[in-house]
Design a protein around this ligand. Structure first.
Ligand SMILES: [Zn+2]
Ligand SMILES: [Zn+2]
Ligand SMILES: [Zn+2]
Length: 443
């Protein structure tokens, strides 16, 4: 999260920080960016894998390998590497301060008593301290990533740091200071839109404010032998002088977002989407009765079909029909997703297609253009797969074939904006290519 701290650190070429008289500084575009341009590219400062990924990915470069094909650290038997190159880099950058103590540390009662996300924080903090204790003090104090990390805004909650693994020479106050930057600044690292690690990327944290209708998004690039790279991608055309924002949380958290901003980040979001939600006020539960629920879905699809720019992007609540307020209830998405999964599973493709069309309509309403991670395109892809199952089970109709083609083409368009990300194989873009080949046989 940007602070109003002033520094002469040159953070990125094509953007600059514009300090406001009151509040947080803003990241402004120094040049125009077209949709899909990379605004910032930055290697990880510190990162750790989720426990479920241990042994599947290299602890240094995150490269995904088959179980058993990675080399295990013989010291702790708990860290895995592609080869000697990755192991040696990881050892020098901090593992040597952790290796011998690691197993005792994670089996200690004080670590085991932590909640899951606190365990991740404790491991990340341990890696940070191990890293800082491994490098030469002068080199450390001149390191841009470290200087920038120290300049980040602390979170609104003051909690003391969890127990950490390595021996070190920092005071408890300094460690608490580092930890206070964690919750509102660190990133979830994802591949094909699934989180697999947590990381500290101080420059990206320093630069970008949040918006629930952001014009940019975060993706990660995995390369063998190198630390994972974060890239900020323009989701739509950005003009010179525009503020560039990224989403800190899923914009679909329509009801809980205010509380999250308040407790975790310590700010009030004033994006157009939040303004509409504030003006809408009370959000009722969607009707439970199936016929009335379907009527709401139908009205939603009809409204989105003719809406032009989403009121959640323009901030104009007068254009949002009052009878659709219940679609903003967070249970609406979960009900539709469950309906879709159950219907696809049971082979009721007409029902599956209808619920996916309603979900798609909701995504178009609440997500910004080309927003990839959470919904639209992956969802379109799901829809395409459903259509495909429908066809291969020989209940094919021309409309289903046409709908499949439309979905695949639309998904490809959206995913092309975010471009290659995460693991090298089996991504949604690869799945789309396969589907496109199959679609062509029906043309
Ligand atoms: Zn590796
Ligand atoms: Zn080890
Ligand atoms: Zn907002």
């Amino acid at each position: 999260m940007p602070s109003d701290y002033q520094s002469n650190i040159d953070l990125a070429e094509n953007v600059s920080l514009d300090p406001l008289a009151v509040g947080r500084s803003r990241c402004m575009a120094n040049i125009a960016f077209s949709a899909g341009s990379i605004i910032l590219s930055n290697s990880s400062f510190i990162d750790i894998l989720l426990p479920s990924e241990k042994g599947h990915r290299c602890d240094h470069c995150h490269n995904l390998s088959g179980i058993g094909s990675l080399k295990r650290c013989t010291g702790c038997a708990s860290f895995y590497y592609c080869d000697h190159t990755c192991q040696s880099k990881h050892w020098k950058s901090g593992h040597r301060k952790i290796c011998k103590l690691y197993n005792t540390y994670i089996s200690a009662a004080s670590f085991q008593a932590l909640e899951e996300h606190k365990k991740m924080d404790a491991l990340l903090l341990s890696s940070l301290i191990a890293h800082l204790s491994s490098v030469d003090a002068k080199e450390r104090d001149e390191n841009t990533a470290f200087l920038t990390f120290q300049s980040l805004l602390p979170g609104p909650m003051t909690t003391s740091a969890p127990p950490i693994c390595p021996k070190h020479s920092f005071t408890a106050g300094v460690i608490d200071g580092f930890y206070s930057r964690f919750e509102n600044n660190n990133f979830s690292i994802h591949s094909h839109f699934n989180t697999y690690a947590h990381g500290i990327f101080p420059i990206a944290s320093r630069l970008f404010n949040h918006s629930c209708m952001p014009n940019a998004a975060v993706k990660f690039i995995i390369q063998v032998h190198k630390p994972v790279k974060l890239e900020i991608v323009a989701l739509r055309a950005i003009s010179k002088g525009d503020e560039i924002c990224i989403p800190y949380i899923d914009p679909a958290l329509l009801q809980t977002r205010t509380t999250i901003f308040d407790l975790t980040y310590g700010f009030t979001c004033s994006c157009p989407s939040c303004n509409v939600i504030r003006k809408v006020g009370f959000i009722p539960e969607p009707p439970k009765e199936p016929v009335r629920f379907q009527a709401v879905c139908e009205r939603l699809r009809e409204f989105v079909g003719v809406m032009g720019l989403s009121p959640f992007l323009t901030g104009d609540d007068s254009l949002f029909p009052t009878e659709l307020t219940c679609v903003l209830h967070e249970s609406f998405i979960s009900t539709l997703s469950e309906q879709f999964s159950a219907a696809s599973h049971d082979g009721r493709y007409d029902v599956a297609l209808e619920s996916s069309s309603s979900l798609f309509a909701l995504y178009q309403l609440i997500y910004p253009l080309n927003y990839p991670q959470i919904g639209k395109c992956l969802h379109l892809l799901e829809k395409a797969k459903t259509c495909w199952n429908h066809i291969v089970r020989s209940t094919s109709t021309m409309e289903v074939a046409a709908e499949l083609k439309n979905s695949v083409v639309a998904a490809k368009q959206i995913l092309t904006v975010i471009g290659h990300e995460g693991d090298h194989d089996d991504g949604p873009l690869a799945e789309i290519e396969t589907l496109l080949l199959e679609v062509e046989t029906y043309d």
